[in-house]
Design a protein around this ligand. Sequence first.
Ligand SMILES: [Zn+2]
Length: 306
Amino acid sequence: MIERVFLISLLSLVLPMPGFAQTKQVVVVIDAGHGGNDPGHETQIDGHEDEKELNLKISNFLGGYIAQYLQNVTVVYTRKGDQSVSLDRRVEIANGANADYFISVHCNGFERKSVHGTESHVHSMSLEKSVSFAREIESQFSRRAGRKSRGVKDKSDLQHSLQVLKFTNMSSVLVECGYITNPREAHFLNTTYGQEIIASAIFRAFRSTIQKDYPGVEFVKSSGGSTTSETGGVYAIQIMSSKTPISTDDSSFKKLEDNVLRKELNTTNAYRYIYTVGNYASRGDAKRALPDIQKAGFKDAFIIKR
Ligand SMILES: [Zn+2]
């Protein structure tokens, strides 16, 4: 027995043994796209902000969540305010910091206003780690944030390379959080609620990616048992019920920002199909989202436990 213990402790000096805590400090660069004299996509809607402002807000929420809920992660920003930063400089910051992950945050725009949804870009589909991170982000956008995911794309989809993805030496993803040219998506992206839910989707994808990439490291802060607003997803908002199933793409739902989920209850009640939106960690989160949903035509919407 003693020999075995000795062997294990000897091995642990040279090998990362599962079960033994490793000390790896993961470095992530958060790159808020554009800034300063480069506004990115400019809004055409009164009271809305240009892309550069939305990128910055989402980036700062994301960095805030990482600092608050994770340990063994260092966050480096390419900009924290409204500054012009060249693409070369962004690459230099990431490579100079020896970063493990690079997340560039953007919002999209297109002449056809109907186009909407999120995208995650990687340099090439052959970059396994970047692709798997990007897929996780898109999955969280769709599951956590109720967005329409347009999927993971690379340089051949865009027909050109993105400099910040091509020249950074780490797992790199450029996220497009939605189209500011689509009125509904623009409205969503211009609310604090929308910015937080987008940032929290990226946060969740980042957390599960580092947990997968470095299984021996404990990244989640033990916060004395208190549940954070980032770990739940137990609340939703019920908007209506029906006797017969209605398509979740029905036009009566068109004013809602989030995807509608339909659930069939195991009940003798005639109204056994219920329709919900959202996925909230706390009742408080759900409460904040409720007014927008009521304004979208569901005055009697209420909060439920999923
Ligand atoms: Zn952009």
